[in-house]
Ligand binder design. Structure first.
Ligand code: NAD
Length: 378
């Protein structure tokens, strides 16, 4: 349906296929003689699309491994398990390892494939919105180490990323929201009219969801209605997923190894990670989507304080995120966040690369100390 290339100079080094359904995956695998598939166990158990993929892979005699996926199991032990399984299954240098799952699966399987026998080819079938617009694009692989997120990893491109939006039909609402926050982030970085289109769609989804909850005590009470709500709008989601994938592919093509522009993809994440890690410390976890949404509001407020964005810009972002249930009240003030922000692994020489939105479609990178940021946002 749509093909998006990722370049290194003039060479195509990876590509993304956005397809209506899973049927063409088989054709994408045709040229690889020895395929090994690793699938998120949860996806295997809940997704009808995954069942279709499993049938096709079984028919082709592709060996398969199931993974239990969480930030805890996103570690070296699991990578060793994957490498051990590849070895036991006879995978050689000509293997293609196919990862089917969300960002945790693609990060881990990509990492395992990039070190197994000094690196074999791999490809992704992302099954979450976050992985479809972000994690499965750009070649960053990784695992958590010594309590730090994605501390070990490589940058190595998948052969291809096959995006089938129908996977989202079984994705829980909280995981959809994490992807929605990343999709909006992408359109704040680069916008060709998709930001407003995405807002319209997300507001529509919110209205449908609220209507489906009629009579229920709370919105979360009725989350079992979510699959019905999202399933009805997959065809509207598809062009937005493709547009977000295209933005990320463009950024990666211009700055594969994150020496400059690719940093922009961290918009909202310095504040967001600080919120997530404080909340975790206080045993009151905040999910990634809501943390990134709050992070983008902090970033927009900082832009205003620095005179980079017009007055009212932060309030617009705040209202937009709120109108699609992406905003929560921050349990933390800027002083609370400063310690965690200073530990940000992207800090260099005491300064952190803050990504500052000047307007929708226009962000800049500015190096600031955490003390400067705290003084401005107090
Ligand atoms: N490599 C990169 O460039 C990059 C970019 C952003 C994020 N990430 C990483 O991605 C990870 C987060 O990814 P994620 O949000 O996709 O998380 P995930 O892989 O944990 O998936 C979220 C949850 O949804 C379940 N799930 C996945 N697809 C499903 C489906 N279709 N139906 C039902 N359930 C499904 C999973 O089992 C899991 O419980 C983080 O570890 C983050 O570090 C990597």
């Amino acid at each position: 349906m749509e093909r998006i290339n990722i370049y290194e100079g003039d060479n195509v080094i990876s590509h993304i296929l956005v397809e209506d359904g899973i049927q063409s995956l088989e054709a994408s695998l045709e040229q690889y003689a020895h395929v090994y598939a690793v699938m998120d166990n949860n996806v295997a158990m809940t997704s009808a699309v995954a069942a279709e993929v499993a049938d096709m892979l079984n028919r082709r005699g592709v060996p398969g491994m199931l993974l239990d996926v969480s930030e805890k199991t996103k570690c070296m032990d699991t990578v060793m398990d994957i490498c051990g399984w590849l070895l036991d299954s006879g995978a050689d240098r000509d293997a293609l390892v196919l990862a089917i799952g969300g960002g945790i699966t693609s990060d881990m399987v990509g990492f395992a494939a990039s070190i197994y026998k000094r690196g074999v080819r791999f490809a992704y079938v992302p099954t979450t919105l976050l992985a479809q617009v972000d994690a499965a694009i750009g070649g960053k692989t990784g695992i958590n180490f010594e309590g730090y997120k994605n501390m070990l990893g490589t940058i190595r491109q998948p052969e291809f990323t096959y995006i089938c939006p129908q996977f989202l039909e079984s994705l829980p609402m909280e995981d959809f929201q994490a992807g929605a926050a990343e999709m909006l982030k992408t359109f704040i970085i680069e916008d060709n009219g998709e930001y407003e289109a995405a807002m319209t769609l997300l507001k529509g989804l919110t209205a449908d969801f609220i209507a489906s909850c009629e009579g229920a005590a709370t919105l979360s009470y009725n989350e079992e209605r979510w699959p019905e709500v999202i399933s009805a709008r997959i065809s509207e989601m598809t062009p937005l997923i493709a547009a977000a994938a295209k933005v990320k592919a463009g950024v990666v093509s211009r700055d594969q190894f994150e020496n400059g522009e690719r940093r922009k993809l961290n918009l909202g994440h310095t504040f967001g990670h600080a919120i997530e890690s404080l909340a975790h410390k206080h045993h009151n976890d905040i999910d990634h989507g809501h943390a990134v949404a709050l992070g983008m509001v902090y970033a927009a407020k900082l832009s205003e304080k620095l005179g980079l964005a017009e007055e009212g810009f932060a309030a617009k972002i705040e209202n937009d995120l709120d109108s699609c249930l992406l905003l929560i009240i921050s349990p933390y003030g800027i002083n609370d966040l400063s310690g965690a922000m200073a530990k940000d692994k992207k800090a260099e020489d005491g300064k952190v690369h803050f990504i500052l939105p000047c307007a929708v479609g226009n962000v800049i990178v500015r190096d600031l100390t955490v003390e400067e940021v705290v003084a401005l946002l107090k």
